[in-house]
Design a protein. Structure first.
Lengths: 300, 93
């Protein structure tokens, strides 16, 4: 088990010169995932920022940009082909996609691939909007967030879908009785790498949900992206846990006193309109408290 | 498709649509930088946290030297350094 940065391999599987925004946490997560999976990996990239910035030959592993909706279908084909050739054990199959490609457009293909018990690792980098196309809202956008399709004005104040209706991807995936699923955050890279390693040992589908703030879309100072991801965990907006054959286990330490949600919202420009509104902050605090309590109660 | 048209198509495909591995090395993203990270090697404890959090692999694993050709100046290394050994300095010009 990887415990210290020094124990992480220094082999890099990405060439320098990617055209991602400064402090892109998605590139960071992909880098960490490839460090664990090694050179014998085939990466399928559902449409998203990562597919765009990984062009020009950035990855040193085979990497294909496919559509939003068919990344799990493509990996199923590769999985079956490798099994037919008898080479499946030598290769790690990885799908990376954003929350738009996972929660909204690609959900049916992912559901089908899990149902067919294909052997692959699916990593969803959740930045809570369609950042590649200009920051439109997605199924995982939190209540009150400003996006380009839920602007802040007189009629609407950011995302107004009821917070209970936000898509809980981990619950959707867990309902498929998947062998392994984990909720991770980019602020805890060693934990993330350990989850990816565990997922690579599983026979059958495994799903990793990675909370990764977007400095451009969330209007955060680039140097604070990791700090914001950490605050999401420390305030309880994101809970790190894993589901292994139905057994649910927390992978983070729970402190008795969580930080108030305001600390998570304050560095983000997309919640700026809420900061002067104590009622809205109180409402969001209750939403987070409910979600946190429900997740903790579901642990076995 | 005529031979001439086909050759033009292949030329175009080679020039803009497909890339050899590592072509991205020509993108010197260091030009984006507004602030440059500077490492104070006397304070550095070699914990490698900056190296781990760098999205652009611009920090050397062994020497903790920063590769200014590709460093975009995001400041994550300076923000995450536990001993404040990295400072961000304004780029001149």
């Amino acid at each position: 088990m990887v415990m210290k940065p020094k124990q992480v391999t220094c082999t890099e599987h990405l060439n320098p010169g990617n055209l991602a925004c400064a402090a892109c946490t998605e590139v960071l997560g992909f880098r960490h995932a490839l460090k664990v999976l090694g050179p014998n990996t085939i990466a399928i990239n559902g449409t998203g920022c990562l597919a765009v910035v990984m062009q020009m030959g950035v990855p040193k592993v085979p990497h294909f940009h496919v559509l939003f909706e068919n990344a799990p279908a493509v990996i199923s084909g590769i999985d079956d082909a490798l099994k037919a050739m008898g080479k499946r054990d030598e290769v790690n199959l990885l799908v990376v996609a954003g929350d738009g490609g996972t929660a909204d457009i690609g959900l049916s293909a992912l559901s089908g691939a899990i149902e067919r018990n294909q052997d692959f690792i699916y990593i969803c980098f959740d930045n809570e909007s369609y950042m590649n196309t200009g920051g439109q809202r997605s199924g995982t956008t939190p209540f009150g967030a400003r996006t380009s399709t839920t602007p802040v004005g007189r009629a609407v104040q950011g995302e107004d879908r009821l917070p209970e209706l936000r898509k809980d991807l981990m619950a959707i995936i867990a309902a498929h009785n998947i062998p392994y699923a984990a909720s991770t955050s980019i602020a805890y890279p060693l934990d993330f790498m350990e989850r990816v390693r565990k997922a690579s040992t599983v026979r059958g589908p495994s799903y990793i949900h990675c909370h990764s703030p977007c400095p451009t879309g969330w209007s955060i100072e680039s140097s604070r992206t990791v700090e914001v991801a950490r605050l999401a965990v420390e305030t309880g907006a994101v809970v790190l846990y894993e589901i292994e054959n139905g057994e649910r286990r927390l992978t983070q330490k729970i402190k008795k006193k969580r930080k108030p949600i305001r600390e998570y919202l304050a560095p983000q420009g997309r919640f700026r309109h809420l900061l002067d509104d104590p009622e809205a902050i109180e409402h969001l605090q209750q939403v987070v408290d409910r979600g946190f309590a429900a997740t903790l109660a579901s642990m076995s | 498709m005529g031979m001439e048209k086909y050759e033009a198509y292949v030329r175009r495909a080679k020039s803009s649509l497909t890339y050899d591995p590592g072509w991205s090395r020509d993108n010197h993203t260091g030009g984006w930088r507004a602030e440059r990270p500077v490492v104070d090697h006397d304070r550095c404890t070699n914990c490698l946290i900056c190296w781990l959090y760098c999205p652009d692999e611009s920090i050397d694993h062994d020497t903790i030297e920063i590769n200014y050709t590709y460093c975009k100046g995001c400041g994550l290394c300076a923000a995450e350094c536990p001993v404040d050994a990295i400072s961000m300095e304004r780029e001149a010009g």
